[in-house]
Every structure is written in C-alpha cells, then in structure tokens.
Design a protein around this ligand. Sequence first.
Ligand code: SF4
Length: 324
Amino acid sequence: MNEPILEVSGLKMHFPVKDGIMLRTSKFNKAVDDVSFHIMPGETLGLVGESGCGKSTLGRCIARLYQPTAGSIKFEGNEITGLGSRALMPYRQHIQMIFQDPMESLNSRHTIGDILEEPFIIHKIGDKVSRKKRVKELLEIVGLPARSVSRYPFEFSGGQRQRICIARSIALNPKLIICDEPVSALDVSIQSQILNLMNDLQQEFNLSYLFIAHDLAVVKHISDRIAIMYLGRIVESGEGQEIYKNPLHPYTRSLMSAIPVPDPHRKIKRQIISGDVPSPINPPSGCTFHPRCPEVIDECKYKVPSLETITQGHKASCHLIAKA
Ligand code: SF4
C-alpha cells in the first residue's frame, strides 16, 4: 500500500491582528483552523471554496511560504512544519507552486531563459550548457517554441505565460505541485488547454496536485478527490464522483447548483446563498456557515459540528447529516 506524499494534520494559521496605540495583538485572523487531509502519489486533490475561505493560505503553509501556527505537515513521511530555510531546501525542490496571475509571478525584466534557469542556479544543478539545454526542453514540454528563451514575459499571451510558470514548476522534477487558482485569470477556451497540459504532465511525471479553485466546475475534470473549505475549515471531502453525485453539506450543494448547465432546456433548482464569507477575525458562533445556511436549525447557532465519516471516504460536518 502506498504512503501519502503529503499528510496535513490539525493545521492552523492564525495571523495576529494588532490595534490600539501600542499595536498590541488583540485578535487573530483564523485563516486556517484545524485542517487535516492527505494526498497520495499521482493524485489530485481539488480544494474548493469562495474567496477569503483560507484555501490559498493553506496552500502557502504547505509550500512553507508561511510558518503555520500549529499542526503538522509531513512530506513523504517526514515532518517539515518546523524546519528552517536551510533544512527546507531539499523539500523546496519537490514541492512547487503555480500562482493565479502568471504576469505577477514572472519577473518582467528577465528573459524566459533566465526565469527558467533560475531554479537550477538556486539549487546548484548542472553547468551553464546543460542548464540552457534543459530550459529549451522545458519550453517544448509545455508547448512553447525553444526559441522563446530570449523573449520577455510581456511578449506572451496570458495562457502562454501560465505555460511558462508550469515549465518553471516542473523544472526540478518535483513530486507535489500546489496549483493556486492556475486558470482563474484565463479565458475559458484557454482554461481547458492548460488543464489538459496539467493532466498530461501528471501522467508523464507522476505528479501529485493540490488544485485550489473557487469554482467546482473547474476542478471537476482534474480532481480524484475534492475537499470543500469554508471559513478556514474543511466542511466536506470525498471522491470527486461521490461529491458530485451526492453532495451532503448545504454549502457544497449551493456551490454545485452554481455550476452552469450546458442544456438550456434542463431545469435545475438553484440554491443561492446570500451574503459574503464572514470575517475569520470574528467568526460566527456554532457552525460558522449558519448565518448563510438555508437549512439552519437552532442547534447550529451554538454547537460546532465535527467532520464525521458518513460513508467510506466521504466526510461532512453538519448537524443535519448527523441526525439523518
Ligand atoms: Fe447549515 Fe446547521 Fe449544517 Fe451548518 S450545521 S451547514 S448551519 S444545517
């Protein structure tokens, strides 16, 4: 039996909020609050939720761009949560990130050749000749001409720039890539090309993905399993097919009902949720979804539901499911 490539247990990221003349910490922004999950080698976990639910912060904690407040992150069985920057170097090679805005994540004053060569220089891999050769190979792997090395990021379209970011992310043969809304800034026609490229690369290099998105429709075709996040916590998780066929949590059902249906004659009952995600600095009591939940009962206002296994591999946190 395979071991998980990534195991996250009880992870918390609470940012101190300072106020007053003395700038004392009076509150905490609980962006990630007690999150646990795992990813197997070659697997894609789709992490879905509205803006502000903490999913990008969670991705950045795993990439160790943030030092988590509490909890554990294990990569291939090794604890990496408390490691300093020097001890983290070997892991940085194996855990890469792709960001939402490719223009912002590429240095506009560097050529594509320089950008793609940089990871090899940082990790002291190869000499100048072998690095240049590898950079051209990487461009061809992601469907760009090798002669692009001397061009600058602004000379490419949004989709091509995201291909460059993907090339950079696979440069060091990583095992896990955290994809933070990698297609959200792209046109719909380009989105499918990038998703197909990511699928092909996963097959070829046995990559694992944590694929973060705010739209369930985007993760549908790329995810093996899906986790739904709301206000810093996972509220439902399970196999992708199972979540789409049998969504248990009212929040998941409302996200599902927002997916456009290609058949204009098919009537679907939309479950629209009102309002925005509340502030994680001052979250609602009990179930944090209760002010927006169309199925709220009294108990939800004071009792926190726990994430329970409902059927094999399918978990959800809702008082109504526990009562059913
Ligand atoms: Fe809605 Fe209550 Fe379930 Fe929360 S616990 S999702 S408020 S029904």
